[in-house]
Design a protein around this ligand. Structure first.
Ligand code: ADP
Length: 557
């Protein structure tokens, strides 16, 4: 059955009842429902036309009011375009009526009129579909341009919200972005038709919202009754004052970057609207991805600049630190070489100073090399299970402890830790050497370890030395940082040891910190991961060091 054979509603807009009635007669005879609508000011004509909800409008020229305005208002009211057939006198020009889809000239022959109306009815759905497609493509094209020209996130999200809302003739529009770190979806200012404080309220944890609508799993959402829709988060519906909503995920492959939503259109949203919004979301995804790449690039660039700055600073510091011992070595060597009058004792002392300075230089060179390796990510970690007791015992044994006494406390059966023994030994050496350097001669140094949740070990090195002023604690794990008190500065050092400790410990996924009281002493603590228990077996028991006392305390003085 052709569409024309179905009962159709026609509206004849006219200024002349007799002419209109004449035209209506033949159409009624052909089976159409025809209503006459007098051409009045817009509100009246629009009201009558909306009540009729015609499939075709027949406009009988001339009219007093602009037909284009009436038809645009009718289209918005009915949410569909309605074709117009103009009826003109021979002397009248079609432009009198404004844009019309077909015209017929009086005297109107009834059969011809019916044919023309039927043809309009037959061809209109296809024309309307094509017109919609052209409009959608034009909007998408405009969007692609606008998005690609957006120079900041604000302009981009503003454009995405506005263009999408306008394309779908909805008064509200908003883009949401997914933040993987917090697993939150958050509205991006500015929205369209929404106040900034409303946009700020659009934020929810995707995990909490799982019971509702999950865009990654469920895809697009169309709701013409937003209030009371169980798929939506009620607080958000209230905050945005939503009556209806169309929302689609902004995707990059299987990944959801965000959501694009429009809402509150007076006419209900339908399936084709959803497809148009999905196309807009696709455009938005390209722009969002570009923006994120641009951001990453900017970040990387800033990091590179910072890295470059730090490198120069590092080189300058190292050059400076190398210079002082070199000058001392040269000075003492010159005296020994040139002054024949100095005694054997002085000579021996000068040579000892030269050796001491050479050792400092060698240490500085080794530390510098290690730092460049760690910072350049060239350092490889060879992880194995480390038996804590013997590891700490060995670390203590390597330190020449003429000036101090060590107490080692490792509980019996202590589980193994997971790490690179050589690198961690370096950490222990630095901490133990510092404990000796910054403590009075003969004072005791305690080394202990404890298991700590979640599945980690904390190793502590406690001394009773100079301590560290609270305002300087924070900086000490940075490169070249030293405590700036007279007592501390009397001790030779480069300020690199703790920095190296931090890099190595963090390279193990652990952390290092210090608790200290000036004049009383310091406790350096490092937290490291324990070795994962093998299958269901209990963790490997730590073999007690040979010198372990009954209570598990190992002492070495
Ligand atoms: P340095 O070679 O100067 O000892 P570190 O990086 O190992 O370099 O230590 C940085 C600074 O931290 C030291 O210069 C010192 O001022 C302070 N410090 C380190 N360990 C201790 C400690 N056990 N007691 C007091 N101060 C310490």
């Amino acid at each position: 059955m052709s569409p024309a054979a179905i009962l159709r509603r026609l509206a004849i807009v006219h200024r002349d009842f007799t002419r209109a009635e004449h035209i209506a007669r033949g159409l009624r005879y052909a089976g159409h429902l025809v209503s006459l609508v007098a051409d009045e000011a817009l509100p009246g004509t629009l009201e009558s036309l909306s009540t009729v909800s015609p499939d075709v409008v027949i406009a009988v020229a001339p009219l007093d009011h602009p037909l284009s305005v009436t038809m645009a208002a009718l289209r918005a009211r009915l949410d569909r375009p309605v074709p117009v057939l103009g009826v003109l006198r021979r002397t009248e020009d079609a432009s009198l009526l404004g844009p019309i889809d077909d015209e017929i000239v009086e005297p109107v022959e009834q059969a011809a009129l019916v044919r023309r109306v039927n043809r309009l009815l037959d061809t209109w759905p296809e024309r309307a579909r094509l017109e919609r497609e052209v409009q959608a493509l034009t909007s998408l094209n405009r969007m692609a341009w606008a998005f690609s020209l957006a120079s900041s996130p604000d302009t981009l999200f503003g454009q995405v919200a506005r263009q999408s809302a306008e394309m779908l003739r909805a008064p509200k529009g908003l883009a949401l972005l997914y933040h993987p770190e917090s697993r939150e979806m958050a509205g991006q200012a500015p929205g369209h038709g929404l106040r900034p404080e409303q946009v700020a309220k659009v934020r929810y944890a995707v995990d909490d919202a799982r019971a509702r609508w999950n865009f990654r799993v469920n895809g697009a959402l169309l709701s013409n009754e937003a209030r009371g829709d169980l798929r939506l988060i009620p607080e958000l519906v209230t905050a945005l004052g939503l009556r209806s909503l169309l929302a689609v995920p902004i995707r990059r492959g299987p990944q959801v970057l965000g959501v694009l939503a429009v809402g509150d259109r007076p006419q209900p949203f339908r399936e084709p609207d959803l497809q148009m919004l999905e196309a807009a979301a696709h455009q938005a995804s390209v722009a969002v991805e570009n923006m994120q790449l641009h951001d990453q690039l900017k970040q990387a660039n800033l990091q590179l600049q910072e890295f470059d700055r730090l490198k120069s600073e590092f080189v300058a510091m190292v050059a400076h630190d190398f210079r002082s011992p070199l000058m001392a070595i040269r000075g003492f060597a010159e005296v020994v070489l040139e002054d024949a009058s100095i005694g054997a004792d002085s000579r021996r002392e000068f040579m000892r100073t030269i050796i001491g300075q050479t050792d400092d230089l060698a240490r500085l060179a080794a530390d510098t090399f290690l730092i460049t390796q760690i910072e350049g990510a060239a350092l490889q970690y060879h992880l194995t299970d480390i038996e804590v007791g013997s590891f700490l015992w060995d670390a203590v044994a390597r330190i020449s402890a003429e000036r101090s006494s060590f107490n080692l406390d490792v509980p019996e059966g202590f589980p193994a830790l997971r790490g690179d023994p050589e690198k961690l030994r370096q950490v222990m050496t630095n901490l133990l050497t510092n404990a000796i350097k910054y403590s009075p001669e003969g004072s005791a140094i305690h080394v202990r370890c404890r298991e700590r949740e979640p599945h980690t070990v904390v190793i502590e090195v406690e001394d009773h030395g100079l301590g560290i002023p609270p305002d300087q604690v924070g900086r000490l794990f940075q490169k070249f940082e030293r405590v700036r008190t007279k007592e501390h500065m009397k001790v030779s050092g480069s300020g690199l040891g703790l920095y190296i400790c931090r890099l190595i410990v963090e390279g193990h996924g652990g952390r290092i910190w210090v608790e200290s009281e000036p004049g009383k002493g310091s406790t350096f603590k490092l937290q490291l991961p324990l070795a994962p228990p093998v299958g269901a077996e209990p963790p490997a028991p730590a073999a007690a060091p040979e010198a372990a006392a009954k209570d598990g305390t190992v002492s070495r003085s």
